[in-house]
Design a binder for this molecule. Structure first.
Ligand SMILES: *Cc1c(COP(=O)(O)O)cnc(C)c1O
Length: 580
């Protein structure tokens, strides 16, 4: 579709022009925009933001003036730029950005599957399949849905896990079972006397796991850490006198807890973080953890919010095989996939053997259940009634079209597979980004992110002078440690995070002491050129630099060096050596 150019006449047209000018200017300058707003601008915003509902509306033009002049400057302009290394925020690929604008323009609602009217739900289905392709997970094994982020995906994971493990544990409980179906479904029957307790066993979970446990009625107190500690792992040298938790599960402890749960008639879920939140390091324990889950009937949920796509990096292909062992998987669109906020992705194992369209546990939990759904949300006649239309489509592409139509007709409505009924068309930016990048494009992005992080790490480690400024806390892969006496693999697979802290004896005394890392993070952030966030690791305050933007390291200077890398190094060194 193309449209004639037109001089703006209405307020809408004029505002549209301003926004497209802004988009163009922003894209040209993204690398130089401040990663945080200045104090002066923030104070002005705090003064000028409108806090009372106007009785008479300001109208489009004045509202746009307010947004562009007063609100926009107060937002961190460079937040999606190449040197924003806080949290794991990702950026926004241009294809995804533009697709997202289309989503807003069309105001599509991905809710009821109505393929005689709109293909939004079909695009969503295809987008999920393309994500599975990128992850190298078999399409036949997983059903999926888009969410608002990894937190929502973790909620879905615990909700599905809870449903499945309770169904199994309660099967032998005659009182609780449904008299008609002979099965127990928490989604149908709810909690009541005699319903088994659900336990979540995990190691160093992201905070959203406890949130998910709170929401789905498991309870935060039932999320238990079974982490390897500095005491239980004789191969790790303690970084401090304190007891600290390490990356991996203590598998003996996990088995002990699972066995105890079984004896008590509890329903266990194991949550494995693929990509530890502070260090970004991957665990290689999935096969052992899977075996324990099988032995004790536990659900295995893998939170791979920012590391799922590590399978695209040479030497990390095993990540796909490990993800494939999960019963459910969380990953994020707005992190490494670089689509705009908000977008999360959730996959769950389909019952096997399975056709594409077979009911999954998603429908058990999020569907309408025994009573059926409201009539006004039904998708109308499904497959059988539609079949006679196929006969019109004979000819060259007839059979393929017939197949595609039959497939498309058989898909469920998204509203029975997710929390929301009405939902933003988040799939379109994902679809656009995957088409625009292809596997190779994403391979380059993820590799560039990993290379960038590892370049910063080796730069911090490489010179003696710099080692007196900074201590690197990112775990080091080490040959001797590969397998310990009980067959545990301790090898470290780092990803896109660098963890470091000011050296306890660093020349700049401001950055010494327990809170030194916080003052350092502040000083780095104040440059507005580089953004990092604080954390703590093994009892020590630390600075976390996480790389997840598609454009980081893309621009090269005249010597072929990455401009972002040079700027980041300059800031890290400059801040440390600044006048004390
Ligand atoms: C970011 C993250 C989350 C939370 O994701 P949101 O998209 O912010 O909801 C959960 N788990 C892990 C491992 C994460 O990195």
């Amino acid at each position: 579709m193309t449209f004639p150019e037109k001089e703006p006449k209405t307020a809408y047209e004029a505002s549209l022009r301003r926004i497209s000018d802004l988009a163009r200017w922003r894209q040209d300058n993204l690398g130089d925009l401040p990663t945080i707003a200045s104090e002066e601008i923030l104070l002005r915003g705090i003064r000028n933001l409108i806090t009372e509902l106007p009785e008479r509306g300001l109208g489009l033009e004045s509202t746009m003036d307010h947004l562009l002049q007063e609100v926009l400057p107060t937002l961190a302009q460079g937040h999606s730029g190449p040197r924003y290394f806080g949290f794991v925020t990702g950026g926004c690929l241009l294809s995804a950005q533009l697709a997202d604008m289309l989503v807003t323009l069309l105001d599509s609602n991905v809710q009821v599957h109505l393929i005689k009217e709109t293909l939004a739900t079909l695009v969503e289905h295809h987008a999920l399949n393309l994500v599975l392709d990128l992850l190298e997970l078999p399409r036949s094994d997983f059903a999926g849905t888009f969410t608002t982020g990894a937190t929502a995906s973790n909620i879905l994971g615990l909700a599905c896990g809870r449903e499945s493990v309770l169904e199994r544990v309660m099967r032998s409980n005659d009182e609780a079972k449904d008299s008609e179906t002979g099965a127990f479904s928490l989604a149908e029957q709810g909690f009541g006397p005699g319903v088994a307790k659900v336990k979540v066993l995990t190691t160093r979970p992201h905070a959203s796991i406890k949130k998910a446990a709170a929401i789905v009625g498991i309870g935060r107190a039932n999320v238990l850490e079974t982490s390897m500690t500095s005491n239980s792992d004789p191969l790790l040298e303690p970084g401090s006198e304190d007891l600290f938790t390490c990356l991996d599960f203590d598998l003996d402890e996990l088995e002990r807890r699972l066995s105890e749960s079984k004896q008590k008639g509890e329903a266990p879920i194991v949550v494995l973080g693929m990509g530890e939140v502070n260090t970004g390091a991957l665990t290689t324990q999935t096969p052992q953890v899977r075996a324990l889950c099988d032995k004790y009937g536990a659900w295995l949920h893998v939170d791979a919010a920012f590391s799922a796509f590590m399978n695209l990096v040479p030497g990390y292909e095993w990540v796909s095989h490990h993800l494939a062992m999960a019963d459910s998987i969380t990953t994020d669109g707005h992190k490494q996939l670089n689509v705009p906020y908000d977008c999360g992705i959730f996959f769950v194992k389909k019952p096997q053997p399975c056709q594409v369209t077979e009911d999954s546990i998603l429908e058990e939990v999020f569907g309408t259940g025994k009573g059926g759904g409201p009539a006004y949300l039904s998708a109308g006649p499904g497959d059988p009634e539609g079949e006679d239309e196929d006969e019109e489509e004979e000819g060259e592409e007839g059979p393929q079209l017939t197949r595609r139509l039959a497939y498309a007709r058989g898909l469920p409505s998204p509203l029975v597979r997710n929390i929301e009924n009405s939902r933003r068309f988040r799939a379109l930016p994902v679809y656009a980004a995957l088409l625009s990048q292809g596997r190779e494009g994403y391979q380059e992005i993820v590799r560039r992110n990993v290379d960038f992080a590892r370049s910063i790490e080796s730069w911090l480690r490489e010179s003696e002078a710099r080692a007196k400024l900074y201590q690197v806390l990112t775990p080091m892969p080490s040959e001797e440690r590969k397998v310990d006496s009980v067959g545990q693999n301790h090898d470290v697979f780092n990803t896109t995070v660098v963890l470091f802290r000011p050296h306890p004896e660093c020349p700049n005394t401001r950055f010494r002491g327990v809170d030194g890392h916080l003052r350092l993070v502040d000083a780095i952030k104040k440059t507005a050129k580089v953004y990092v966030s604080p954390t703590s690791w093994q009892g020590l305050g630390a600075v976390r630099l996480a790389v997840s933007n598609w454009s980081t390291g893309l621009e090269l200077d005249r010597d072929g060096q990455s401009e972002d890398l040079e700027t980041t190094k300059r800031v890290l060194e400059g801040v440390m050596l600044a006048a004390m």
